[in-house]
Ligand binder design. Structure first.
Ligand SMILES: Nc1ncnc2c1ncn2[C@@H]1O[C@H](COP(=O)(O)OP(=O)(O)OP(=O)(O)O)[C@@H](O)[C@H]1O
Length: 681
């Protein structure tokens, strides 16, 4: 199946420009769709790749148009070099209008021209809506004839701004059609080069002044360029050629090409009048693709031109892209700002995490399932000095033992039957210079524990079936929801490994220990799932607040997602996922806490009442015994208003609540909150 490229632009003009060039090059190789933001309306693009412009990125929110999964490439544009000579010939310091249909486009063209070495002119960006400056007689037209003011006496056409060759190559690489030996580039590219070759010829006749400018331009071209005249003498040897051949321009100019630069075969091109397209050559350690053409003028061969593209770079480009793709899952998305919570408990953890992020030591994150351990691991990585390097996460419980071993350490080719030829790097190698996140570390076998210990001690790994040690520079963050200390007692986890991992430790408290965060998280997830105006009934809020959240933030997130989906009006208790309505929630164990010590009676009921008062305080809402009794029902407790009253009286006697008169309502005291916080599960 052909891959699809969507070209997304603001204006139709730009779209048509791209269309001409892309169709020429890619016509039968890939599917190309051209869309403007206007045409897209409220739909979003899902495609293998989207090509768009810098101005669109600046002026619009790209996420409104494109699904996050699509690869986005921003078009780099360059000027067709064959037009540049006309510009070079304009007198120094002339004031010249640079015309484009948008302000940004005009300024972009200005910087583009300066970039390629046109700096002898005063370029004045001009676009619709801008007052035309006086005393300007020359204009540069980038394909917008209709915008040229009447008083302009001379127009220099430099064509429409076309896609830079590197953008074309990037499209080809990403679309997986780079293997055709770059041949498809030729038709377009060769034409351009031949025209340039012809124009270069003028250089010989031109004055020194023009030559200098042309040199500047030549040196901004990405390819190596060599031009020889009829006598086989080197006339042009640009900067890129200097790099590729490791030779200085001064040392080669004017010399015969064959003895000076071995292997260019340019002399043969001249004598045999042949064209060499895309020949692969080795120059030192680099691979070079060269194109050589005779340059004709009035039917006579006047020289030969060679261009060299360093394909070591292209191969690297491809390798970089592969790496990028692979790394998709290797990027830490979250930062500390993404960790929602205002409770003292979570703030304390964040503060500590920020502090330890800056060190290089191994971190062990402990906490129940769904408390946000991975969120913390990612935030730590992004807060550390390694933030620009890979973050590789692996869930140790997700793999059977032997597979986990090869995932972690990689293997050499032929290490076992079915091993990939050439071997495969493990996540330790992939995380090199970055952070590795070992999730569910409590689940690894004794064998892997032993290997891991060695890695942590030696900071080097050996692939399975390998013989050499590979040094690695990584920061290890491990996480578990198991009690590792307990596992050490039962002999399931190595004590020495535990101490190696637990150099710095972070404990993330369960949600029920920081109920203040529940309301914030609910609001956050409503926004996340795009249901900002949803109304929750009071009893439902009470239920969500008092619930045990064994699955912590993840369970809360899932619950809100569910509610958003079924939402039709105000949401009540009956709308909760079915398991909420079952009564068999894990009973709160309230043996060892301040509340139990007071021996007031049914601790569960007192705990509930304190929780309700604490919730009311956060909602800035006055509650009373009637409402508490109502909410008790949805929380599977039976408490009549009278029962609430007698319990409130007992709590008041302990200075844990303050009972207001009349409509003032009852409030929880600092002591009440403190006692409430001691209640564990
Ligand atoms: N404080 C928080 N603010 C916002 N989102 C959170 C918070 N804590 C957790 N989450 C979200 O809850 C979900 C679970 O978090 P995460 O995967 O980090 O938990 P975990 O402790 O690593 O879980 P497990 O032990 O099951 O691997 C994720 O979607 C995460 O974004």
């Amino acid at each position: 199946m052909k891959k699809e490229l969507v070209v997304l632009t603001i204006s139709k003009v730009t779209s048509n420009l791209f269309r001409r060039q892309l169709n020429d090059i890619f016509a039968d190789k890939i599917m190309i769709k051209y869309l403007t933001t206007e045409e897209l309306k409220s739909q979003k693009i899902k495609s293998d790749m989207v090509l768009t412009t810098k101005s669109l990125i600046k002026e619009k929110n790209i996420d409104d148009y494109i699904f996050a999964q699509s690869d986005v490439l921003i078009a780099r544009r360059s000027l067709n070099i064959s037009y540049l000579e006309d510009l070079i010939k304009i007198n120094d310091q002339s004031r010249v209008l640079l015309i484009n249909d948008t302000k940004l486009g005009a300024y972009e063209a200005k910087s583009l021209l300066e970039e390629v070495g046109i700096n002898h002119l005063e370029l004045i960006p001009y676009y619709p809506g801008k007052k035309a400056p006086a005393n300007v007689k020359i204009a540069i037209n980038l394909g917008e004839e209709h915008l040229i003011p009447d008083y302009i006496e001379r127009v220099v056409n430099i064509g429409s701004r076309v896609l830079d060759i590197t953008t074309i190559i990037e499209i080809a690489v990403k679309m997986g059609i780079m293997d055709t030996n770059f041949d498809f580039l030729s038709s377009h590219y060769i034409r351009e080069l031949v025209t340039m070759g012809k124009r270069l010829n003028h250089r010989i006749k031109d004055q020194e002044r023009t030559n200098k400018k042309l040199d500047t331009v030549m040196n901004h071209v990405h390819d190596g360029i060599i031009y020889i005249n009829q006598d086989q003498e080197i006339e042009i040897f640009n900067q890129k050629a200097e790099e590729i051949f490791s030779m200085k321009t001064e040392a080669v100019i004017g010399k015969k090409v064959a003895p000076t630069i071995p292997n260019t075969k340019l002399d043969q091109i001249l004598t045999n009048k042949i064209v060499h397209k895309n020949a692969l050559q080795d120059v030192g350690n680099n691979k070079i693709v060269s194109t050589r053409v005779p340059v004709e003028m009035d039917g006579k061969i006047i020289g030969a031109l060679a261009t060299f593209k360093d394909v070591t770079d292209i191969k690297k480009l491809e390798a970089d892209l592969r790496l990028k793709l692979k790394k998709k899952g290797h990027i830490a998305k979250y930062n500390f700002q993404n960790i929602i919570g205002q409770s003292k408990e979570i703030k304390k953890v964040i503060k500590k995490a920020k502090k330890i992020a800056k060190s290089e030591s191994t971190i062990l994150i402990q906490g129940e399932s769904g408390t946000g351990k991975e969120l913390f691991a990612q935030s730590i990585h992004n807060y550390s000095d390694r933030f620009q390097n890979p973050f590789v996460a692996i869930n140790c419980a997700a793999f059977p033992d032997n597979l986990l071993e090869s995932e972690l350490f990689g293997y050499e080719g032929g290490a076992f039957t079915g091993a990939k030829k050439g071997g495969k790097p493990g996540v330790f190698e992939q995380a090199h210079t970055g952070t590795i996140f070992l999730d569910e570390i409590g689940d690894i076998s004794a064998n892997i524990q032993a290997r891991l210990l060695r890695v942590l001690q030696e900071k080097e790994i050996m692939r399975i079936g390998g013989t050499k040690m590979i040094p690695i520079d990584i920061r290890v963050v491990a996480a578990t929801n198991k009690d590792l200390y307990q596992l050490i007692q039962t002999g399931e986890f190595r004590e020495d490994l535990y101490y190696r991992l637990n150099v710095l430790s972070l404990f993330i408290p369960p949600l029920r220990k920081r109920r203040e965060d529940i309301l914030l998280l609910i609001e956050y997830f409503f926004n996340k799932f795009d249901a900002k105006d949803m109304e929750l009934s009071k009893p439902l809020i009470s239920k969500l607040y008092n619930y045990n959240w064994q699955g912590n933030v993840r369970e809360l997130e899932n619950c809100i997602e569910y509610l958003v989906q079924i939402y039709t009006g105000e949401i009540g208790i009956q709308d909760l996922p079915p398991h909420f309505l079952r009564k068999n929630q894990k009973e709160t164990n309230i043996q060892e806490n301040e509340l139990a010590k007071l021996d007031l009676g049914e601790e569960k009921e007192y705990l509930f009442i304190l929780n309700e008062l604490y919730l009311a305080r956060q909602l800035d809402h006055r509650t009373g015994r009637r409402e508490i009794a109502e909410n008790a029902k949805v929380n599977d407790l039976y408490l009549s208003p009278q029962m609430v009253r007698s319990r409130l009286n007992k709590l008041e006697a302990q200075n844990m609540v303050e009972i207001g008169v009349g409509r003032q309502g009852t409030t929880i005291t600092a002591k009440g909150i403190k006692v409430l916080k001691t209640v564990s599960d």
